[in-house]
Write a protein that binds this ligand. Structure first.
Ligand code: A2P
Length: 270
């Protein structure tokens, strides 16, 4: 038996990343920057998900890494928030991108920091450290978040004050936006802390929860499984400690297949 194939036809891999154009780059510190890419019309994602991002081949295979989409799903363009690692295989090159350059974008967004993985609640906590704030930049600008929760509290902990710039910028721009800001006004609270440089609120989120200071500062009752839901994204140690802490407060970990009280993004590498 023979199968007829056109010999000149080139096979197209439907899962191959697309080449997107860099629209904007902003550097915050020598370790942090954000960039914006064109968004293919066919690219759909749920706020909070991540996607593979990379650079076209120099010599050899293209290198791709998981990045949370930082822009909300209604945005025409895609934003990413990244660390710069001087000898990092991808970020050492990615940090040099400029407007007009090409970046590879995967086709299949996935992730657990999504509403579908949480059962209904009154208050949503988004706990983050460092670039772990990125998925929450998406979640807190999604109207669905405010349909599902009465109050949204985002915590962002970094070593130094300059590393808090991105979360400040995102939340201020969102709340001041004449079209969508109203969604978050009176509902969204950003709770920033530093651990190694003076700032009005200092300390690890875990310690501030244990001492009760976080709740006093925010004027909310202690975390409880009846009303509170949570998403966690940050360093491996932070994620582990936050998980233990939430479980100690009676919350159960959920997943896309089995929604529950809190979710963790394990694909995150800060
Ligand atoms: P600390 O300075 O006390 O280590 P990193 O830059 O190492 O990824 O850390 C980002 C932020 O997360 C830092 O402020 C760091 O605090 C904090 N952090 C690191 N590990 C934990 C943890 N296990 N629990 C809570 N916060 C943590």
């Amino acid at each position: 038996m023979t199968t007829a194939t056109a010999p000149t036809e080139k096979k197209v891999n439907p899962n191959a990343p697309s080449e997107e154009t860099v629209l904007e780059v902003q550097h915050y510190t020598d370790r942090l920057f954000r960039f914006r890419l064109t968004r293919p019309q066919s690219f759909r994602f749920r706020s909070g998900e991540f996607i593979m991002i990379g650079l076209p081949k120099e010599n050899g295979k293209p290198l791709l890494r998981a990045y949370s989409v930082a822009s909300p799903n209604w945005d025409d363009t895609l934003e990413f928030y990244s660390i710069k690692v001087p000898d990092g295989p991808l970020t050492s090159r990615l940090q040099k991108i400029q407007t007009g350059d090409k970046v590879l974008l995967g086709k299949k967004p996935v992730g657990t920091l999504v509403h579908d993985a949480l059962t209904p609640g009154k208050r949503l906590y988004c706990f983050s450290t460092g670039t772990g704030f990125a998925p929450f930049a998406s979640v807190i600008r999604d109207p669905e978040t405010y349909e599902k929760f009465d109050e949204v509290i985002v915590t962002h902990t970094c070593r130094e004050v300059a590393e808090l710039q991105y979360s400040t910028q995102i939340v201020e721009a969102f709340l001041g936006d004449p079209d969508i800001g109203e969604l978050g006004q009176g509902k969204l609270k950003l709770y920033q802390t530093t651990t190694r440089e003076d700032f009005p609120t200092m300390g690890r989120a875990t310690d501030l929860i244990t001492s009760g200071k976080l709740f006093e500062d925010l004027g909310v009752p202690k975390i409880n499984a009846e009303t509170d839901r949570a998403m966690i994204c940050g360093s491996i140690d932070f994620t582990k400690d936050m998980k233990d802490l939430l479980e100690a407060h009676g919350l159960k970990e959920g997943a896309n297949s089995e929604p529950a009280d809190f979710v963790i993004e394990r694909a995150f590498v800060g």
